[in-house]
Design a protein around this ligand. Structure first.
Ligand code: G1P
Length: 297
């Protein structure tokens, strides 16, 4: 039987300074998106793609993350006594979701450095990396398609999204060539956050990667790049052009719904977009939102 990818790595060591003071004593990954912490969407996405072994790269002040995916006996007993099965189910859902593991990053030396912390846990198998700032709509397919492409092409795979050129400087940007598959491109070059106006394309890396374990060997020797940090994009750039043992890099071009929770404005938009589509909130929120928007001018 073919080997099935089973491990997801979720870097979650960032300080979340864009959300201060909310993130003074609470990890930014715990900020609620409607009524679920942002991180739970990401773990649910990994599990939906068959990745039930989840390693989170955390740091100081991140205990709430571990607690969220663990049992909370007192609350469970109270809800059981009340017979509130609906809420009990919500509490237990995140406990039973995945096989969770944690390792700390220690020094905040960048995304590449965070991913390298997963080396011992991952071993010599391909694995996925999911960044917590991006939420992919569960109705749209991305991660399972990336896993498929990884298995077919034995390469590393990144998720790409066409972005407006005015925001290209906020992303890793790819230079690509077409393949025989409409949604798959071969990556010839990658640059992390190019200066405004210098991006080689408008294809941006969004926070999903399916990587060959050789990335660890490359990261070991990747010099600090943009912002003085060890960049995953730089390691992938080396793999895209580097020796054949690294396997090359492909991109899956995503055309579905993606919500960014990385800064305050996008976070607000994500909550509104997700809430209007919810059966329990949408019917009341939609007409209110229309009236509210009409009154704005
Ligand atoms: C990271 C990556 C960048 C990528 C982005 C996607 O940047 O370094 O290449 O485009 O995630 O969200 P960050 O947004 O963490 O600064």
């Amino acid at each position: 039987m073919a080997f099935r990818l089973s491990k997801a790595v979720i870097p979650a060591a960032g300080l979340g300074t864009r959300f201060l003071p909310a993130t003074k004593a609470m990890p930014k990954e715990m900020l609620p998106v409607v009524d679920k912490p942002a991180i739970q969407y990401v773990v649910e996405e990994a599990v939906a793609a068959g990745l039930t072994d989840v390693l989170m790269i955390t740091g100081r002040n991140k205990n709430a993350l571990e607690n969220h995916f663990d049992r909370v006996a007192e609350l469970e007993t109270t809800l059981e006594k009340k017979g509130d099965t609906d809420k009990l189910q919500k509490v237990n859902f995140s406990t039973d979701l995945a096989d969770m593991h944690y390792v700390r990053q220690g020094d905040p030396k960048g995304l590449g450095h965070a991913v390298l912390r997963a080396r011992m846990h991952v071993g010599r198998e391909p694995f996925a990396v999911l960044l917590g700032d991006d939420i992919i709509d569960h109705r749209d397919v991305l991660l399972s398609r990336m896993i498929e492409v990884q298995e077919q092409r034995h390469a590393s795979v990144v998720a790409l999204l066409e972005v407006d050129p005015s925001v290209a400087h906020m992303y890793g940007i790819a230079t690509v060539e077409a393949t025989d598959e409409e949604d798959v491109v071969k990556i010839n070059g990658l640059v992390e956050k190019p200066s405004p106006g210098t991006a080689p394309s408008n294809l941006a890396i969004i926070g999903r990667y399916v990587l060959r374990p050789e990335v660890f060997d490359v990261l070991e020797t990747t010099a600090p790049g943009k912002g003085g940090e060890i960049q995953l994009t730089d390691a992938l750039q080396e793999m895209a052009n580097g020796p054949s043992w690294t396997g090359g890099v492909y991109g899956v071009v995503f055309r579905g719904r993606r919500y960014d929770t990385g800064d305050r404005l996008d976070y607000i938009k994500a909550i509104v977009q997700l809430a209007v589509e919810r059966e329990d909130l949408g019917p009341e929120l939609r007409p209110w939102l229309r009236d509210f928007a009409a009154d704005l001018d």
